[in-house]
Design a protein around this ligand. Structure first.
Ligand code: ZN
Ligand code: ZN
Length: 338
């Protein structure tokens, strides 16, 4: 079969590799579509993997092989499956830190979504695979994983109806975050540097939009919250500077929420502000199986729109180019059809 293999630091080659063999309880999937995630882009641009690897973990495919004992699915089913499974019992899992579970980090699909076929290990079959119903396209179904990361983040934010949220960055993640926040519902101010992305944010439910480099954000937020300012600032993009600015956007007792790696360099913050204003800084990374189930339900019920986030479809041979488009913000969600 063909697979797009990433060779650190900078090349992705389409190669002929063996079709994975499946064992008891496992499934062989023929990949229909796999989304390029921000973390795939980060892995390539920062050359994080140390050895050749097939990336891609937001995928939908057809069941073409069933190992002995698989009860949950049958041949021909169209599935979406996520790549990591927590143990559910360790110290991390018991504290709700499923994505920090050591077992979670070790589990994966074989070889990855940017390939023609993929082996789903037995524990993934049981915990992170879902049948994609007819009302969802391949593109919509594969958003189960990225949306579930956002679901977990919003759940951890513990917001109340009527709260005011600022979301920085209207890429695909920011646009899903806006829609989840509107389900609470909070008021949402969307920030980005691109006019088209702000327009899309409005169409998908954002109450207000401003350019992310506007000097008026602090005053705008104060005006719309009786002077209190925002309950939360969610960073799906931006750099250290935006993070520092956000101290003037967030209310006393509010939260600064990291949903992206804003910088690989240290950022200076005032510990005094953090302390005196009871500001919480928290992050969220990857989902639990419950978050996946919730995201899948939201997609099936059409509570979150994801089709408008897709800008490109490509073959395996254009994956490397796609990384450049996303980095240059010329593409939003790119979907690879192997
Ligand atoms: Zn992802
Ligand atoms: Zn665990």
């Amino acid at each position: 079969m063909r697979a797009a293999v990433y060779y650190p630091p900078d090349s992705i080659r389409v190669e002929e590799v063996p079709v994975p063999k499946i064992g008891d309880g496992e499934i062989l999937l023929k990949v229909r579509a796999c989304g390029v995630c921000g973390t795939d882009v980060l892995k390539v641009t920062r050359a994080l993997p140390k050895k050749p690897v097939v990336l891609g973990h937001e995928l939908v495919g057809d069941v073409v092989g069933l190992g002995k004992g698989v009860q949950k699915f049958k041949a021909g089913d169209r599935l979406v499956v996520a790549h990591h499974v927590p143990c559910g019992q360790c110290h991390y899992c018991r504290h709700g830190n499923h994505s920090m579970c050591r077992h979670f980090k070790e589990t994966n699909l074989d070889p990855g979504g940017f390939a023609e076929y993929l082996r789903i290990p037995a524990e993934h079959v049981e915990q992170t695979a879902f049948k994609v119903p007819a009302q969802l396209s391949d593109d919509e179904g594969l958003f189960t994983e990225p949306l579930s990361c956002c679901v977990r983040n919003v759940r951890r934010a513990s917001l109340l109806p009527g709260d005011f949220a600022v979301v920085v960055g209207m890429g695909s993640i920011g646009l899903m975050m806006v829609q989840l926040l509107k389900l609470i519902p909070t008021q949402v101010l969307a920030l980005d540097l691109f006019e088209e992305r702000l327009d899309l944010a409005k169409r998908l439910g954002a109450d207000f939009t401003l350019r992310g480099d506007s000097p008026d954000i602090a005053a705008f937020v104060a005006d719309h919250t009786e002077g209190r300012r925002a309950d939360i600032v969610v960073f799906t993009a931006g750099g250290g500077r935006v993070f520092q600015n956000a101290f003037t956007w967030v209310r006393d007792g509010g939260a600064l929420n990291l949903f992206a790696s804003l910088s690989d360099k240290p950022v200076e913050v005032s510990l005094d502000s953090l302390y005196h204003h009871e500001i919480t800084v928290f992050s969220s990374y990857s989902p639990s199986p419950e978050d996946l189930a919730e995201a899948h339900r939201l997609l099936c019920e059409k509570k979150v729109q994801v089709a408008p986030l897709v800008t490109h479809h490509v073959g395996l041979d254009r994956l490397r180019e796609s990384v450049d488009w996303i980095t240059a913000q010329k593409a939003m969600k790119v979907i690879v059809n192997p």
